[in-house]
Ligand binder design. Structure first.
Ligand SMILES: Nc1ncnc2c1ncn2[C@@H]1O[C@H](COP(=O)(O)OP(=O)(O)O)[C@@H](O)[C@H]1O
Ligand SMILES: O=P(O)(O)OC[C@H]1O[C@](O)(COP(=O)(O)O)[C@@H](O)[C@@H]1O
Ligand SMILES: [Mg+2]
Length: 328
């Protein structure tokens, strides 16, 4: 049996994602129900370094389950990457009597957890939240479904006007290193072609020929979905213009994809993961990441979790390539 925790901290770090508030709420309320006090740490790891904290209780997390963003703010902290920064952060924990932490964020946030727990006497549990859904150890990260639906809603609107004008649209969705969102949204939108950062692509084969096939099959409007890390949407549009003589319009969806009220899936996943994270601490566990695997919430070793490579879902890829490359 590990440490019995009386006071734990909760923070959000890295890019925000819809559902982070629901996860904070679940952590705070689960902690109370398990006899622990929960302190909110604001502005990610910087908050731990600077003692930027807020006391939280059942009431302070009322009316946030439905809200996008994070009430604790989020940040990226270069100082926490240094041993000195983490020493300062530990002094805050000592001062406040915090001996367990729940960190809500992506793989970078978990790497921060590990570095901290390897150097100091503190238990750490990670909750995956990123609209990129690029954390290898979990099938699902909080925020993905809401972001995908936000992007899809915009693409549907674009399709209306592209259809009226018989145009080609090149739309850029988020994902600097991961194409999961682009692939998923592209499949749902019935895209003509999708470009992702994980795979080499060839303009002729992966864009031009797909537009030609769509035209030959009777289509007069085309939707090209590009993940931001794959290439620049403007460059793709330029090439389409030069090579096919079309006059494409470019739309960069950007940070709107990270905002908005979390949908039911994200609220429920966040609530389940928040509860599970506190249960891990109550059970004396440390260095664990809460994950969603085959429909179940469980936890895995953080070192192993960080070693698990991120992969594009093969099934979605296969279907997309069948549907966009179909013979006319
Ligand atoms: N190897 C590391 N050691 C210590 N802290 C880290 C490490 N990697 C990331 N972090 C901390 O975690 C923060 C969030 O990581 P980042 O990669 O920006 O976002 P995400 O958690 O969404 O992947 C970083 O700004 C940094 O403070
Ligand atoms: O907030 P910033 O710095 O503009 O970051 C943009 C990046 O954050 C994301 O939205 C999420 O990435 P992380 O989860 O790794 O933070 C990416 O899709 C995007 O490329
Ligand atoms: Mg990341």
């Amino acid at each position: 049996m590990g440490t019995v925790h009386h006071r734990i901290g909760v923070l959000t770090s890295g890019g925000d994602a819809p559902g982070m508030n629901a996860a904070i709420r679940a952590v705070v309320r689960s902690a109370e129900s398990m006899g622990m006090e929960c302190i909110g740490i604001r502005r990610g790891w910087n908050g731990l370094i600077n003692g930027d904290i807020v006391r939280m209780d059942e009431d302070s997390v009322a009316h946030i389950i439905n809200r996008g963003g994070t009430c604790l703010f989020t940040a990226r902290s270069d100082e926490f990457r240094t041993k000195e920064g983490r020493e300062k952060a530990y002094l805050t924990c000592k001062l406040l009597g915090i001996d367990g932490l729940v960190a809500i964020g992506g793989d970078g946030t978990f790497a921060g957890c590990l570095a901290f727990a390897n150097e100091h006497d503190i238990s750490v549990i990670g909750i995956p939240a990123t609209i990129d859904n690029d954390i290898g150890c979990t099938h699902y990260s909080i925020g993905y479904d809401t972001a995908a639906n936000t992007a899809l809603d915009s693409i549907d609107k674009l399709r209306d006007t592209m259809q009226s004008h018989e145009r080609c649209s090149v739309v850029e969705v988020m994902g600097h290193r991961a194409g999961n969102l682009a692939l998923y949204v592209g499949l749902a939108a019935g895209a003509t072609a999708v470009l992702v950062p994980e795979e080499k692509w060839d303009f002729e084969k992966d864009v031009a020929e797909k537009i030609r096939r769509a035209r030959l099959a009777g289509r007069t409007h085309y939707m090209i979905v590009v993940a931001e890390g794959a290439t620049s949407a403007c460059q793709v549009a330029e090439k389409i213009k030069k090579s096919l003589g079309l006059d494409p319009r470019v739309t960069i969806l950007g940070h709107v994809q990270r905002g908005g009220n979390p949908n039911a899936r994200d609220r429920v996943t966040a609530s389940r993961m928040g509860y599970w994270a506190v249960k891990c601490l109550a059970d004396g566990k440390t260095n664990r990441v809460v994950v969603h695997q085959n429909g179940e919430i469980t936890d895995v070793d953080m070192v192993e979790a960080l070693k698990t490579p991120h992969q594009l879902p093969i099934g979605e890829q296969e279907v997309l390539s069948a549907l966009t490359g179909a013979k006319i």
